[in-house]
Design a protein around this ligand. Structure first.
Ligand code: ADP
Ligand code: MG
Length: 342
């Protein structure tokens, strides 16, 4: 099943299907059914109730937001343990194509964008090899639990992502424009951050695939002893990456792999200058931001984290989608889903 969001990106996803994807799949002798989404959560409702035995794979031609719907729709099913084994394919058709860029990066080929990225992902789709995909279980303060494959963001990155939605007509460039706008009105975000360092928790499989969040305690209790409490309380951004790319041209976590069982946690503490922050984002285009030795940028590998914003209102995103604002915690579950990628 190929799911297309006609509104994603510059609204060009249907043209990409008609101009490229349909032909590619036909040449590869892959019969498929096209589903054009009609509204937000259409895909989520559809996969929650679909007879999945009909489909060898669910393929998303959109941005990361539509796959986020599909993953969460699958996890809401009674038979989620089986449903989440359905191979998932991603074709870049949105303005935020971070997973598609990551899947291309994992092939070790040199970076591409636009239609070349679509060709690369389409080729991998036709080959049909699958890799394991980590899912990150995220608990919001209302008690809602959702699943993420890409990122959790608060502060600068989350603000840019949501505020730049108004520029979606310019595609991926919206992030650059959003970054410049936010830089001009740079602010500090107050909050508490704690995480479980990867080295303290070598095993990330939770035994049987029950997806129990055994590393987490309730949000109203202090984090366990072996967690690290970040001393700083003033941040410019907190960003947990679960794949290499934050967008088509921002390689936030070059070493990340889809099934490394790791959260790549970055935070930037207050006091960084606008020029230094801009340098970080420019270096991120080639994944060299850590080489700058910026004292405000911290990178840690983690298995779980907790973030408690103290600023009363704001933006928090999961996989680039806005979620309820407030205390959150998360734990990685290694390789519970399947991603078409070679
Ligand atoms: P982009 O990368 O351009 O943001 P996404 O795939 O992330 O593209 O989709 C953006 C949003 O559009 C998501 O929140 C998704 O739920 C929503 N959406 C999906 N289908 C439709 C539709 N037919 N009309 C409007 N919004 C939709
Ligand atoms: Mg999106």
């Amino acid at each position: 099943m190929v799911l297309v969001n006609p509104q994603s990106g510059r609204g060009q996803a249907m043209a990409l299907y008609n101009g490229h994807v349909q032909r590619m799949l036909t040449e590869a002798d892959i019969p498929h059914t096209l589903v054009i989404t009609e509204r937000p959560n259409h895909a989520r409702d559809l996969v929650r109730n679909a007879d999945l035995t009909q489909w060898d794979a669910l393929v998303i031609l959109s941005g990361d937001g539509l796959l986020f719907e599909v993953v969460n729709g699958l996890m809401e099913r009674q038979d989620w343990e089986k449903a989440i084994q359905t191979p998932l394919g991603i074709l870049p058709g949105g303005s935020g194509n971070a997973l598609a860029a990551s899947v291309h990066h994992y092939t070790r080929a040199s970076p591409v964008c636009g239609e070349d990225l679509l060709t690369s992902c389409g080729f991998q789709l036709c080959k049909g090899q699958t890799s394991a995909l980590d899912l990150i279980s995220i608990h919001l303060s209302s008690g809602v639990r959702l699943f993420s494959f890409l990122s959790l963001a608060w502060g600068f990155v989350a603000d840019v992502d949501i505020e730049s939605e108004q520029f979606r007509q310019i595609g991926d460039l919206r992030f650059l424009l959003g970054t410049l706008v936010r830089l001009a009105s740079l602010r500090v975000y107050q909050g508490k951050l704690a995480f479980l360092p990867a080295e303290n928790q070598p095993e990330t499989h939770s035994g049987e695939i029950k997806l129990l969040d055994h590393l987490l305690v309730p949000l109203d209790q202090p984090v366990p002893q072996d967690w690290t409490l970040v001393e700083e309380r003033e941040f410019v951004l907190v960003l947990a990456m679960f794949q290499s790319h934050l967008s088509e041209d921002l390689m936030a976590a070059p070493d990340a792999r889809s099934d490394d069982g790791t959260m790549h946690l970055f935070y930037v503490t207050a006091g960084i200058s606008r020029a230094a922050l801009l340098r970080l984002f420019r270096a991120m285009q080639s994944g060299t931001h850590l080489d700058l030795g910026c004292p405000h940028l911290v990178y840690r590998r983690a298995r779980a984290l907790r973030l408690e914003p103290l600023s009363p209102a704001g933006i928090m995103t999961v996989d680039g989608e806005r979620v309820e604002y407030g205390p959150v915690q998360a734990q990685v579950h290694r390789g519970v889903a399947r991603l078409i990628s070679s």
